[in-house]
Design a protein around this ligand. Structure first.
Ligand code: GTP
Ligand code: MG
Length: 372
């Protein structure tokens, strides 16, 4: 996108076109006087001629700078926010059942008999306080989000079946949570089963440096039965307790920033994204950039499909009004206007395209060096 015609560059630099073309040839660039050359090449030549080149700022850079100076002006206005909890654990140890029980036991009766749409995140209320659960228990989702810098989890609940004990994916989950610096609460599940042995689970976990409080360690472990709905209240209380230790806070009164939990194309509604708001407040009508997708929030829905006017920190919301389907892990930012969102989207798309081209170039080099 950023290119300049050789003749224009020459006149700006105050050299003859012939001189400039000669300089370009030294860089192995063959160009005529009317041809356009990329900004990078122009920069290199200009610098060879003793100029310093200032790259014009991208729309994204300008936006981020403005945001930064705004943020520094209103620093310190942090308010408590609900904890965001991810459920992890080995296959079949009961993650989904546990999430379902937590949700059902905490969702008002109005929903019974109604249709609950699945969304990737939901909130429950415990003792007048809210907890956000992420229904993306797959480790892959967790890891890929983290790899993309989208750290959304505050607390990991590690589900271990009391009959099965610690399994490979249990250990994997421990590593993921540790790498993310997230505290772990263990839910020892299926304690109703005949072969259940919570003590054996504790012993196995101790081998991985997760030592139960009652054994002198500092890891909260709660025996539960998702099937019999036992121990659920205790688990929720422990989540709140661990959350209190973290003193989770976020700015509320500013343009929102969030992360896409999941997204798909809906036949009637177009692109639909479940977004977890991390900072600020997302409002209907806000122009947004989500990954490389621009849009304007046409509607916000809560985890039960009810319309919201706004969503604050740690609140999951379904966002309608994007121009395309973003990727899980993509960040959402509210922009001052739609034009800024579109420009940033354009820049990001171009960057993505450039990055997609790079591996090919690398492969060619490798092939060449092999041939040499
Ligand atoms: P994946 O999503 O495949 O990794 O499994 P999951 O961890 O989500 O396990 P899920 O909730 O699907 O439960 C697996 C099986 O264990 C199901 O048949 C559940 O009914 C059963 N189960 C879950 N919790 C309990 C429990 O507390 N007690 C007993 N007895 N069975 C349970
Ligand atoms: Mg499951």
């Amino acid at each position: 996108p950023q290119r300049i015609v050789v003749r224009d560059l020459a006149s700006r630099l105050g050299v003859s076109a012939a001189e400039l073309i000669k300089q370009l040839m030294k860089q192995n660039v063959m160009a005529t006087i009317t041809q356009e050359i990329p900004f990078e090449v122009a920069t290199a030549v200009a610098e060879n001629l003793g100029f310093t080149v200032q790259r014009p700022k991208s729309a994204e850079e300008r936006f981020l700078e403005a945001k930064k100076s705004e943020a520094s002006q209103q620093a310190g206005k942090l308010e408590p926010r609900p904890p965001v909890v991810t459920i992890m654990g080995h296959v079949d140890h009961g993650k989904t059942t546990l999430l379902d029980v937590i949700r059902k036991s905490r969702v008002a009766a109005e929903e019974y008999g109604g249709i609950t749409q699945h969304i990737g995140a939901y909130q429950v209320e415990v003792q007048g306080r809210r907890i956000t659960f992420l229904d993306t228990p797959g480790h892959e989702a967790f890891t890929s989000m983290r790899a993309r810098g989208a750290q959304v989890t505050d607390i990991a609940v590690l589900v271990v079946a009391a009959d099965d004990g610690v399994m490979p994916q249990t250990v994997e989950a421990i590593h993921h949570a540790r790498a993310a610096g997230v505290p772990i609460i263990v839910a020892i599940n299926k304690v109703d089963k005949p072969g259940a042995s919570p003590d054996r689970v504790k012993q196995q976990l101790a081998e991985h440096e997760l030592v139960a409080e009652e054994w002198g360690g500092d890891t909260v472990m709660v025996p539960v039965s998702a099937l019999r709905k036992q121990g659920i209240d205790e688990l929720l209380e422990m989540i709140l307790l661990v959350a209190d230790l973290r003193e989770l806070k976020a700015p509320v009164d500013q343009p929102a920033q969030g992360v896409v939990i999941e997204a798909q194309l809906d036949r009637g509604r177009g692109p639909v994204a479940t977004v977890l708001v991390k900072e600020g407040t997302l409002k209907v009508g806000d122009p947004v950039i989500v990954g490389a997708v621009p849009g304007r929030v046409r509607a916000l829905l809560d985890d039960r499909g009810r319309p919201l006017q706004e969503a604050g920190p740690s609140t999951p919301a379904v966002v309608l009004g994007l121009s395309d389907v973003p990727q899980p892990g993509d960040s959402l930012m509210v922009t001052p206007d739609e034009e800024t969102a579109r420009r940033i989207a354009q820049e990001r798309l171009e960057k993505q395209r450039a990055e997609q081209l790079r591996p090919t170039a690398r492969m060619t080099l490798e092939t060449l060096s092999k041939m040499a």
